[in-house]
Design a protein around this ligand. Structure first.
Ligand SMILES: Nc1nc2c(c(=O)[nH]1)N(C=O)[C@@H](CNc1ccc(C(=O)N[C@@H](CCC(=O)O)C(=O)O)cc1)CN2
Ligand SMILES: Nc1ncnc2c1ncn2[C@@H]1O[C@H](COP(=O)(O)OP(=O)(O)OP(=O)(O)O)[C@@H](O)[C@H]1O
Length: 212
């Protein structure tokens, strides 16, 4: 494994490359791709499986991320509670504040809207945006380490679903000890996971299906 200094330099360049490619995809293709991912996630979440949430942590999309808002509006109608990550301190885990349709939003440090108020919740399933990812469920984010710190800190650990696009797939992200792998990756091609997953409900190890 290369040293962390080299990995950090490589990650910075890869992030820039991957983020700059996202807006180049024509809008109609992006919308179609988001629709397919929404359908995959909806089937995962309404099935009685390890990925059916009581409280779903999602994110407010920025920089061309998959838009989970149509999905969460459907889940809200099914009485699933929803929460958004809020950075309360740089370099610390995020908290999750409840979000409901029509909630008053305020911009965070990066201009990402977060709920102005709301109960602090502990999601049992988490949607995590991917800047890049590899076939072992490792992800590249924006470089702040927020999701890694948050997942390392949460007990019980939520079922983490990385959401991204096939164009962001990498051979490896050169995983480091602090990188927390996703339990499942969802792209427009389907679900992808190379390791056994632990159900938050049963804590039993279940073989991870690679379904397309
Ligand atoms: N939609 C969304 N919301 C989210 C996240 C996310 O990844 N996506 N977060 C997940 O963490 C948290 C916000 N964290 C962020 C961390 C860094 C940057 C960012 O763009 N940072 C630098 C580059 C950092 C570096 O390379 O050192 C930049 O301004 O370009 C943005 C958000 C919580 N909310
Ligand atoms: N659990 C942790 N405790 C302390 N520092 C951490 C932890 N997890 C990650 N970091 C630090 O965060 C920094 C960014 O890590 P990394 O490059 O993996 O970010 P990322 O996964 O792309 O970002 P994000 O998780 O915000 O999307 C690194 O310097 C790393 O050491």
């Amino acid at each position: 494994m290369p040293c962390w200094e080299d990995v950090r330099t490589w990650r910075r360049a890869e992030r820039e490359r991957l983020i700059s490619r996202r807006p180049l995809v024509p809008r109609d293709l992006r919308e179609a791709r988001d629709g397919i991912i929404t359908d995959h996630l909806l089937s995962l979440m309404i099935a009685a499986t390890e990925s059916a949430p009581r409280v779903l942590g999602f994110y407010w999309p920025f920089k061309g991320e998959f838009d989970p808002r149509p999905l969460v509006r459907m889940l809200h109608r099914r009485c699933i509670r929803l929460a958004l990550p809020v950075v309360v301190e740089r370099g610390r885990p995020v908290i999750f504040r409840e979000w409901q349709p029509g909630a008053t939003m305020v911009p965070d440090l990066w201009g990402i809207p977060v709920p102005a108020r709301g109960e602090i919740l502990l999601p049992d399933v988490l949607l995590v945006p991917l800047v890049g990812f590899d076939g072992c469920g490792h992800r590249l984010g924006y470089g702040g380490g927020y999701y890694d710190r948050t997942l390392a800190d949460m007990t019980p650990k939520p079922f983490a679903i990385g959401v991204g696009f096939e164009m962001s797939r990498l051979g490896t992200i050169y995983p480091q000890p602090h990188d927390v792998p996703m339990d499942l990756i969802v792209t427009e091609r389907g679900t992808d996971c190379a390791r056994p997953v632990t159900s938050p409900a049963t804590k039993e190890k279940t073989p991870c299906a690679v379904g397309k």
